[in-house]
Design a protein around this ligand. Structure first.
Ligand code: HAM
Length: 419
């Protein structure tokens, strides 16, 4: 016997029950986002590696360790997209969307790839629902996007949510702060974890993410970026908070909030759910006012978020979204001596007329077929036999012998009022 091949580590199959839940979630996302003027976009599954190196940042875990990059056969390095913001900004530039009325509001539901250590809620291929608003630095954009994600998560039944909010200011404020933090970390290097110590030069902000006890102690006394922001950044942040307050959205200001991507400026936020385990981040995002310029475009502000589809489902939406009804209105059963062609032609006619119809295809006995029709919840069963067609209504118990042309009109008349 040949060895069986399994799905790669960190990936999963979406089986029909899950597919139905995902479809329901997608529908809710579409309703919430398109209702707010966000239009759907889809970008390629892979992009030039350079896009992420420049956009997301060389020093991030995503770019330095987690990308699936390969030579496309023509000597160019391409990468399975690890996130959606850089690709959407690339598309904005490539299609001259800066000529459209601003801001341009876009949303997506796509799969992404990161070579992470697989565990519950953390996969190597996962899906995100994302929204981006490009071309405005109005704090009302920041607040609107956050409120939309709150609305979506509430709507689908995510539980135990907490919103953390902060501001990273401008790259200039951050550079000054970075120097200050590096000096502080160096002065306390002996109490830091090996990992944090080795990254003081490359990515000192990561120290806030550490679980290491000594590092956490050091970080409690560390200088805070929020205390170092320029006045207009502080004003912007205050306005975002005032708008969230006006919308009745609860949040915690968390000056230690760091995000794993380099493009953020000003507002950053993250939703955690207590219903999740170690991987508690349901969604997050922020402002990226320098990203489009970094990608070769004119200075253009932007703001957005992405939420993991699997994390949303794990955070409780799984139990709240309605399962898709697998309705069968008409079941075509075959008795001995039946003309299969008649039954098949009737099946096709029934479907053309909009009926949810199924025909026996499993080689079952007539008794087995009737049991099966019952199991799938069929309303009407048409039994094709040597002598003619018997149409049975399984709800009322009525039955009559009919001509082949009458099956579809009768079934339509008895149509389940549910549909
Ligand atoms: P991110 O925080 O890297 O942000 O990912 C957003 C969400 O995607 C996470 O909160 C999580 O729910 C989900 N996610 C990330 N990695 C995994 C994984 N390995 N397995 C399962 N779910 C995962 C971004 O990607 C930014 N592009 C968000 C953004 C949009 N910022 C501005 N605009």
């Amino acid at each position: 016997v040949s060895a069986r091949i399994q799905a790669p580590r960190g990936t999963f199959d979406v089986l029909p029950d899950q597919a139905a839940l995902r479809a329901a979630l997608e529908e809710r996302a579409r309703a919430v986002l398109e209702g707010a003027g966000y239009a759907r976009v889809e970008t390629p599954a892979f992009e030039a590696t350079e896009l992420f190196a420049r956009g997301v940042g060389e020093s991030t875990d995503i770019v330095s360790k987690e990308m699936y990059s390969f030579d496309d056969g023509g000597g160019r390095s391409v990468t399975l997209r690890p996130e959606g913001t850089a690709p959407v900004c690339r598309a904005y530039l490539e299609h001259g969307m800066h000529k459209l009325p601003q801001p341009v509001k876009l949303w997506y539901l796509s799969s992404f790839h990161r070579r992470e250590r697989a565990q519950a809620g953390r996969y190597r291929q996962f899906w995100q629902i994302g929204a981006e608003a490009i071309g405005s630095e109005d704090p009302a954009i920041d607040a609107e996007l956050i409120v939309l994600l709150v609305g979506l998560l509430d709507d689908v039944g995510s539980k135990g949510l907490r919103l953390r909010l902060s501001s990273l200011g401008t790259p200039a404020a951050r550079a000054g702060y970075r120097d200050e933090l590096q000096a502080y970390l160096r002065a306390n290097a002996d109490r830091l974890s090996e990992d944090v110590r080795s990254r003081i030069d490359l990515n000192p902000l990561r120290a806030y993410d550490s679980d290491h006890a000594g590092t956490r102690e050091v970080m409690e006394g560390a200088p805070r970026l929020l205390d170092r922001l320029a006045d207009d950044d502080l004003d912007h942040f205050a306005e975002v908070r005032a708008l969230l307050d006006a919308a009745g959205v609860a949040y915690d200001v968390d000056p230690t909030l760091v995000r794993g991507l380099d493009y953020y400026t000003r507002t950053v936020f993250e939703f955690d759910s207590s219903a999740l385990g170690a991987q508690s981040g349901v969604g997050g995002g922020g402002r990226y006012d320098g990203l489009i310029e970094e990608l070769g475009g004119p200075p253009t502000p932007g703001m957005g978020w992405a939420a993991g589809v699997e994390r949303i489902l794990l955070s409780g939406a799984q139990d709240s979204l309605p399962p898709a009804p697998g309705v069968v209105e008409l079941y075509l059963a075959l008795d001995a001596g039946a003309r299969r062609q008649d039954a098949f032609a009737t099946l096709v006619d029934a479907r053309r007329a909009g009926l949810h119809a199924q025909m026996e295809q499993g080689g079952r006995s007539l008794k087995g077929q009737l049991k099966h029709a019952d199991r799938v919840g069929a309303r009407q069963v048409a039994i094709f036999g040597e002598g003619g067609i018997l149409l049975k209504d399984l709800e009322t118990g009525d039955q009559e012998t009919v001509e082949v042309d009458a099956v579809v009109p009768r079934a339509l008349r008895a149509r389940s009022p549910r549909l």
